[in-house]
Design a protein around this ligand. Structure first.
Ligand code: X2X
Length: 342
């Protein structure tokens, strides 16, 4: 059939059905939208993704079907490729830690800066601020995705198989697995540790075989992944970094949905993020006892010890502030400072 005939016949078909515009709109929806998460729904982060997908399916009566691909499997476990893959159309929906995307969009590294958001009050103030809702969200939009909502990946704590770590000096010579973030690597090497970058998929075998001595991740994740069974006997709750969990949709995908559906999806992401944050914080409140009950030695630094950690991170903080975008970091610092006075 000639192209002209094809156009004519499909136009006639639509006219016969009587609602050509609805038909057109429906044709733009795909059978499945692919969502990448680094961890599965047995972890708070993956659960957040699952809740989001379920809410969207229910509230759109199945018009929008988001399928979760945990283990960052759409990018063969290489979580630092997620954002680039989203731009290429391999991933439609992001539910992830921006630290993993900082090699693609540098500002994505900002939230993981050491001691930037020292507690949940500061965290909540930052997330609600214009610095995030306007400035950061605009950066994400320009980079190719519509940001919808923010959950929480959780405060990252150190673990290792060798000894209790109370102060920066205790890290000397320890081989620590980190995500592929030059900022994280610099923080660790600045304290005398021997950091090595690898994906989450590679981290577990490396811990099991003793190729690395330690790692850092939220204790919620430590428990969900049973990292204590990989010889990790010592944890330090130093709260140095708490990345956001960003829910976002690839721009062309978001634009293909009706305004009503866009609204439903945005609200679903907000509701999922709120539920996900509750899961993370409920566990955070009891994580020391829970991890101790697994036979792990948990060091909770005193305020004086906390200061040592903060001092040790000052130089990389300053360097990375300049690198990742000093004006935006300063804005976030102001929000944090104000949050401490209320
Ligand atoms: O790989 C990690 O450590 C994880 C799961 O926390 C991230 O993707 C940032």
């Amino acid at each position: 059939m000639q192209r002209r005939d094809l156009l004519k016949s499909s136009a006639t078909g639509a006219a016969v059905l009587g609602f050509p515009t609805i038909l057109k709109a429906q044709q733009q929806y795909r059978a499945e939208y692919k969502m990448s998460t680094v961890v599965p729904p047995s972890f708070a982060w993956g659960k957040g993704g699952e809740i989001f997908a379920n809410l969207v399916r229910e509230r759109t009566n199945g018009r929008i079907n988001i399928k979760q691909y945990p283990g960052a499997s759409l990018v063969q476990g290489q979580q630092d490729r997620e954002f680039a893959a989203m731009r290429q159309g391999i991933i439609d929906v992001l539910c992830g830690a921006p630290i993993n995307w900082s090699g693609t969009v540098k500002e994505c590294g900002i939230f993981a800066m050491p001691f930037l958001m020292p507690d949940h009050k500061a965290y909540d103030a930052v997330v609600a601020s214009d610095a995030v809702q306007k400035d950061f969200f605009d950066i994400i939009r320009k980079a190719g995705a519509e940001p919808l909502a923010i959950g929480e990946t959780g405060y990252r704590q150190l673990s290792n198989s060798k000894r209790p770590v109370r102060k920066p000096e205790d890290l000397k010579g320890l081989k620590i697995r980190m995500v592929a973030s030059p900022m994280y690597l610099e923080i660790m090497s600045g304290m005398g540790a021997n950091p090595t970058a690898m994906s989450w998929a590679d981290a577990q075998p490396a811990l099991a075989s003793g190729a690395v001595d330690g790692q850092e991740n939220p204790m919620e994740l430590f428990m969900a992944a049973k990292i204590h069974t990989l010889g990790q006997k010592y944890v330090t709750k130093w709260n140095y970094s708490n990345d956001i969990l960003l829910f976002a949709i690839a721009n062309p995908v978001f634009q293909s949905w009706s305004p009503q559906d866009q609204k439903i999806v945005r609200e679903a992401a907000r509701d999922a993020a709120a539920q996900q944050i509750k899961i993370v914080r409920d566990i955070y409140a009891v994580d020391v006892e829970r991890v101790r009950a697994l036979g792990v030695d948990v060091v909770v630094p005193t305020p004086a010890e906390m200061e040592q950690w903060q001092i040790a991170c000052r130089r990389p903080y300053a360097r990375w502030k300049a690198q990742l975008g000093a004006p935006l970091v300063s804005k976030i610092e102001d929000v944090v400072a104000r949050s401490r006075k209320t």
